[in-house]
Design a protein around this ligand. Structure first.
Ligand code: ADP
Ligand code: ZN
Length: 730
């Protein structure tokens, strides 16, 4: 008599599923999508139940128990995950694991309800005495009810003052369920439902039929900055809700897009639509709650970063991928999926349209729109009229440059400040200087774990590795020649900030990079100050090019363009074009016009001249032949195999061996390498890579399907990481 058999993915680096017999005691409660306990080797481990069927159970072990009383994974999601595991050559159990909210891979997540003191201003007008008390009260009145956690971000030790304010009746305190979610406590902007302009209306009308008919269609919304893309998303989502279906909105990074989240909430929440915002600030318990709520169909809109592509929505009507060109959609380690590409796959599997949006589409998406695989929708004008900013390229070869800034730039900044306009400076490198050099013997200082120089951080008086976070004290003398003339070389944002301070002593200068925004709320604070115009000059890394709308900025300067242009990667042109166009788009948002300067030794490079003209089409046409000729994506396909281990010799030998194997079986696939990775040592490991390249995807797939025989031969000390459609090949 046939038995009930469960196919289980265990959370281990193993590709295949394992079969177990479902014992009679579990027959009635077992369901696909649950976590289960199974005997595995000599231990008992957690597995994910991906399929059930009837068959012969001879020799199969029994499932030992269920960890959930309802499924965590829907059938649709399981289909997507299995497809992804196969496509990205990653063990299915680990794929499932990384799709689930953290903490669910092993133990049962316990959701404790945490409470926190909440303070509300009382109705009476009471004036406290102390300065701290006054400031605190002012803060809470302005922000509305605030939790202790929030208050402490701005006032590190508020206890005494809070206690006093409650005593004198200026504040009321009550214990409330803890919302660690900044997006749920923020005041929402006023929502004005907008009448779409023609281009926007056309875009929404193109997407709507597929929402209504529940069928897949891929769209690329190419709209210059400020052209009203977000409003198109909002109204497309409106259509989706009207069709009684759910919407999934992916953004590159939640903390950088508070404005988008706020606009969605302001538009939909007053009508009782429930939105889940999935972001990295959620605790394991909160994530688990959000996941369950989504799974139970209690949520209509999910907004989240990369991993939200796995949100368990069961009745999807639309997927939006905002800023689709962003490389953060690609997971950089472990299960190296690309959420944008998975969005298209999920749309196909679940019969819903997918809308990719950007001012500077990825080359790949634009190429697909040229090929007809995506329908292109164009918004080529800013909503509030106004010209796009004028961009001027400064040739550094003709300039007098003493520090980081050329004379022309100093003049332009001076002028902007005189007219009380805000200035934005992009330098895509944090720290004071990228390396220290002994002026006597030429020795520089390297990370002991990685093959790169340590960045000098003046502010924290440290040398830091930007790859592994190794830190060291700043040396007083050269450890080789004992000379005392150690000089910082090159410039990062810290140095630029300092130089600006010397040049413009009366200006208020702020810096936005990973170092100044690592604390929660810090990013928001700088944004708020920019909006309030209490900052004159903002210096920052590419972070400043993203998601902001600072109406007061009239001048944007781009420094260090050459290091981005000359980055050793076939996408460096695309990245430069995109970054410079995006940052240029920050100028003159309110007033129209605005000025942008890009200083470079290569002002004739097409990525720069096209960015200066904000001419995507031209950029695309100049880039295309280069990709075609070399068979680079999207005109070809790449898979990067990275071998790493402690012993350099062993890793190299293993990579060589693997290369020989690959060459013996490869057909219509180029096997490039092995060669040392550009970062040949990283976090103490030696690294070699083999790049597989082909213009025929099926040929590449066939080769990938045969990797296992090679992997079996690898020594245990050598690790192989497979990166399908790699983005970062360092
Ligand atoms: P993008 O996302 O393309 O940068 P946004 O959607 O943020 O552009 O729109 C820019 C500004 O224009 C926003 O302040 C938005 O409220 C406004 N806006 C967008 N569409 C319209 C419209 N149809 N009518 C009036 N204002 C609009
Ligand atoms: Zn390092």
């Amino acid at each position: 008599m046939p038995e009930l058999i469960a196919n289980i993915a265990v959370n281990a680096p193993i590709k295949q599923l394992f079969s177990y017999r479902v014992p009679d005691s579990l027959r009635d409660s077992v369901q696909v999508g649950m976590r289960v306990r199974v005997p595995f080797g000599r231990r008992v481990t957690v597995g994910f139940l991906l399929a059930l069927h009837r068959g012969q159970a001879d020799g199969l072990k029994d499932l030992q128990g269920l960890l959930d009383d309802e499924p965590l994974l829907s059938i649709e999601l399981i289909k997507l995950l299995r497809w992804a595991a196969d496509y990205y050559c990653h063990p299915v159990g680990q794929v499932v694991r990384s799709a689930l909210p953290a903490g669910l891979g092993s133990e049962k997540a316990t959701t404790k309800i945490l409470t926190e003191a909440f303070y509300t201003p009382s109705k009476q007008d009471i004036q406290p005495r102390g300065k701290t008390q006054q400031e605190l009260l002012q803060f809470i009145i302005q922000r509305g009810p605030a939790g202790l956690g929030q208050i402490r971000e701005y006032f590190p030790a508020p206890y005494a003052a809070l206690k006093r304010l409650v005593e004198i009746g200026a504040l009321e305190m009550r214990e409330q369920e803890l919302l660690r979610d900044p997006f749920l406590t923020e005041k929402l902007p006023e929502d004005k439902s907008l009448t779409l302009n023609n281009a926007q209306r056309k875009a929404v009308e193109e997407v709507t039929p597929s929402i209504r008919k529940s069928c897949f269609a891929g769209f690329l919304l190419h709209g210059v900055t400020g052209s009203g893309k977000t409003e198109v998303y909002l109204q497309a989502v409106e259509q989706c809700l009207m069709a009684d279906r759910q919407a999934l909105i992916l953004v590159p990074e939640i903390s950088l897009t508070p404005q988008l989240v706020a606009r969605f909430r302001a538009r939909f929440e007053p009508r009782g639509v429930r939105i889940a915002v999935l972001h990295s600030g959620l605790s394991a318990g909160e994530r688990y709650d959000a996941w369950r709520e989504i799974l139970r169909n209690n949520i209509q809109i999910v907004i989240g970063a990369r991993s939200a592509i796995f949100a368990p929505l069961q009745n999807l009507g639309l997927i939006v991928v905002d800023e689709e060109h962003e490389s953060s959609y690609k997971q950089g380690e472990g299960f190296r999926y690309n959420a944008r590409d998975l969005a298209l796959m999920r749309g196909q599997q679940q019969n819903c349209p997918v809308l990719l949006g950007s001012a500077t589409p990825s080359f790949a998406s634009y190429y697909r729109s040229e090929q007809g695989a995506l329908t292109r929708l164009t918004l080529d004008k800013r909503v509030h009229g106004g010209d796009l900013p004028k961009v001027e390229l400064i040739d550094l070869k003709d300039q007098v440059v003493e520090g980081v800034l050329s004379n022309s730039l100093i003049e332009a900044i001076q002028q902007a400040l005189e007219q009380r306009e805000q200035v934005l400076l992009l330098l895509n490198r944090r720290g004071f200087s990228p390396f220290l050099l002994c002026a006597d013997c030429g020795e520089s200082f390297h990370c002991p774990n990685c093959e790169i120089t340590l960045t000098y951080h003046q502010h924290s008086r440290q040398l830091r590795c930007h790859y592994c976070d190794y830190t060291d004290a700043v040396p007083e003398h050269c450890h080789k020649c004992h000379g005392l003339n150690i000089e910082p070389q090159g410039a990062g944002t810290e140095r630029l900030e300092q130089e600006l301070g010397e040049l413009f002593p009366s200006a208020t200068i702020a810096r936005m990079d990973r170092d100044t925004t690592s604390r929660k709320g810090a990013h928001q604070k700088i944004s708020t100050a920019m909006l309030a115009r209490s900052i004159d000059i903002l210096v920052g890394t590419q972070m400043i090019a993203k998601g902001h709308d600072f109406p007061g900025v009239a001048l944007v300067c781009v420094l260090g363009a050459d290091s981005i242009l000359n980055f050793p990667d076939f996408r460096s042109g695309e990245r430069s074009f995109s970054l410079f166009t995006q940052v240029a788009g920050r100028a003159g948002r309110a007033s129209g016009g605005g000025k942008v300067f890009i200083q470079s030794f290569n002002p004739d490079h097409y990525a720069l001249t096209c960015a200066a003209e904000q001419d995507y089409r031209n950029f695309y046409q100049q880039e295309l032949p280069f990709r075609q000729e070399l068979g680079y994506p999207p005109c070809g396909y790449l898979v990067n195999l990275v071998f790493s281990g402690n012993n350099n010799h062993q890793v190299q030998a293993a990579a060589n061996q693997f290369g020989i194997y690959l060459n013996s079986i490869a057909k219509s696939v180029e096997v490039l390498g092995p060669s040392p990775c550009p970062l040949s040592r990283l976090r103490g490991k030696s690294r070699y890579q083999i790049l597989l390249k082909s213009t025929a995807r099926p040929a590449l797939r066939r080769l990938l399907n045969r990797l296992d025989d090679g992997i079996k031969q690898l020594p245990r000390q050598v690790n192989l990481n497979i990166d399908v459609d790699p983005i970062d090949m360092l």
